[in-house]
Write a protein that binds this ligand. Structure first.
Ligand code: SRM
Ligand code: SF4
Length: 534
């Protein structure tokens, strides 16, 4: 390999250059100025890149209408926060909408630059932040969507996720220690048995594991004696998707106690920050550094940074369930309480929906709303006595608790409507295709279909039963929108990435291709109505 840390100083790419000129976080001080200047008059690097350090994304597809990416640690919002997000979106009329993302997060659309000072004030007042949510920063930190609710969980991830976010972002104010990483960085923690966060596709993931034996737990203050297996996490590193390369995370051969997760996260991010490759952005994610160094050296550098040795990994982790999707009504560990998962088609919300979700969470639940990496919503803490009436709420006709078996597991990235990397339109097409397939097929179990508009893989086609990645192809002498088809993605226990099985299927031919795939591989049958018309 040629792209080593040594080249860092000699050949700065344009991203490294503008980061060296002015830290992205400095943009925080300029918001008032930009608001009065207007987007057309702004310095282009500030507008197109540095604003992402405060979660504001210029959209070349809709110039002047920005996207704002929040941080929602562990996917948990209060109904008050959801209402504020709804108010922000509402002021933009037909331009305003929001998307729940594949990182258990939410993005707002239609935002005008002149409103940013007011929007940031509103966010601040209710404890919301967008800080460091884009570019070379650590993305939203994911945790179990039913943390603290699930009777079978091994660990409630909420507090740890919040602590890592607080460390990375200086409690949402911005932390210059971590605002110039070589590239983006993803962190996930799972405390349940079903790997609800897709641990394997994160740069750093913590999965539950018990450590046998007694002795010094490695990072404690000394000899800590534990007669029974101690709960902690095995550490996975280096998972990522990019247009050039996709890798599942690999074991670091380290086990950490919950109280050391924040310190270990800090050490790993610091090693990446100080040594990750910066010359070629195609080769700057963490796995490239691990490849160059080898796992042993990487682990040793993490220990050096930590100032302590890491204990070897526990021989097995506790991920032994199939992944749950949380759609529907479920009993909580708290007697008499339920959580209800609402299916949000491709994660798209409008202001009215958000007000309603906020209201339902306040009226029936405890004023809490949760988001999932499948782009859906969970409303927790609904008492048994309120459940029946909750289920008659009109919103549940659109955001169903028992959607069709293909609709149920549908995930889609943003696509061409707002994303200039997109090679195809995704969300609307995904919904139309699934509707057509559900009309002609009978299924016995859900099939997870993920759409992504380009090889960046934001829609994670590699974790799906059937993954569809946007591309272009030629048909009848014309260039048309098409997809590469991925299959074999396995989530939950023994997760593994799917691979490309068919290239460049024109989107207009996709329905029949998917129909055949579903019949041949997933036990789908043509419905009676279709059979009778043939
Ligand atoms: Fe992503 C860039 C949307 C999850 C890999 N991603 C983008 C940008 C910012 C490009 C842009 O400026 O237009 C997209 C914004 C479009 C828009 O207007 O919404 C974008 N990514 C998304 C979201 C919204 C997709 C969704 O519909 O849910 C997800 C936001 C997550 C969040 O809340 O932070 C999103 N992106 C992902 C994931 C999935 C994940 O994290 O589990 C991946 C693959 C995993 C990974 O990163 O390892 C992903 N996005 C990328 C990449 C490729 C990264 C690379 O190393 O090359 C890019 C391009 C880049 O960073 O240069 C990218
Ligand atoms: Fe945009 Fe491509 Fe990501 Fe979809 S996969 S949001 S098209 S960058």
């Amino acid at each position: 390999m040629t792209d080593t840390a040594t080249t860092t100083t000699t050949s700065l790419n344009k991203f490294e250059k503008f980061k060296a000129e002015k830290d992205g976080l400095a943009i925080k001080q300029d918001i008032e100025k930009f608001a009065s200047l207007g987007w057309e008059a702004m310095d282009e690097t500030d507008r197109d890149h540095r604003l992402k350090w405060v979660g504001v994304f210029f959209r070349p597809v809709t110039p002047g209408k920005f996207m704002m990416r929040m941080r929602v640690p562990n996917g948990i919002l209060t109904s008050n926060q959801m209402r504020v997000l709804a108010e922000v979106v509402q002021r933009y009329g037909d331009d305003g909408s929001a998307d729940i993302t594949t990182r258990q997060n939410i993005q707002l659309r239609g935002i005008r630059i002149e409103d940013l000072p007011d929007i940031f004030n509103r966010f601040h007042a209710v404890g919301l932040t967008t800080i460091q949510s884009g570019m070379d920063n650590i993305r939203n930190i994911t945790g179990d969507p039913v943390a603290g609710l699930d009777a079978d969980e091994l660990f409630d991830t909420r507090e740890l996720v919040q602590q890592i976010q607080d460390m990375i972002t200086n409690k949402g104010e911005g932390n210059p220690e971590f605002t110039n990483l070589p590239r983006k960085f993803n962190i996930a923690i799972t405390g349940g048995r079903d790997n609800s966060v897709h641990a394997e596709i994160n740069d750093l993931a913590f999965v539950p594991a018990f450590k046998e034996g007694t002795g010094d737990w490695g990072l404690g203050t000394g000899e800590e004696v534990s007669p029974s297996p101690k709960f902690g996490f095995n550490v996975l590193v280096g998972g990522f998707f990019s247009a050039k390369r996709c890798e599942a995370a690999i074991p670091l051969n380290a086990w950490v106690a919950p109280e050391d997760v924040v310190a270990v996260s800090r050490a790993i991010v610091e090693v990446f920050r100080d040594n990750g490759f910066r010359a070629n952005r195609q080769k700057s994610r963490l796995m490239w550094l691990i490849d160059e160094w080898g796992l042993e050296k990487f682990r040793a550098e993490v220990e050096k940074c930590l100032g302590k040795s890491l204990l070897p990994a526990a021989p097995k982790d506790e991920i032994d369930w199939e992944k749950r999707d949380h759609i529907g009504v479920y009993k909580q560990k708290q007697p008499g309480l339920n959580y209800v998962g609402l299916h949000i088609p491709v994660g798209r919300l409008y202001a009215g929906d958000m007000f309603e979700i906020s209201r339902l969470a306040g009226v029936y639940g405890s004023g809490e709303v949760r988001l999932t990496v499948e782009q859906n919503v969970i409303i927790p803490n609904i008492p048994d006595s309120r459940l029946a009436i909750f289920l008659t709420e009109p919103l549940l006709e659109r955001f169903a608790i028992n959607p069709g078996l293909l609709t149920r597991s549908l995930v889609s990235c943003t696509g061409a409507q707002f994303c200039n990397f997109a090679l195809i339109e995704t969300k609307n097409r995904a919904l139309a295709t699934i509707k057509a397939l559900e009309a002609e097929l009978t299924l016995t179990h859900p099939v997870r279909i993920h759409w992504t508009g380009c090889p960046n893989s934001c829609g994670q086609p590699q974790v799906a039963d059937i993954g569809l990645m946007g591309t272009k192809t030629r048909k009848n002498g014309k260039t048309v929108e098409a997809v590469d088809i991925y299959m074999g993605g396995k989530v939950g226990k023994e997760a593994q990435l799917g691979t490309c099985v068919t290239k460049a299927v024109p989107c207009e031919d996709l329905q029949s291709v998917l129909r055949d795939l579903l019949i041949q591989n997933f036990g789908a049958k043509l419905s009676q109505e279709v059979l009778m018309t043939h």
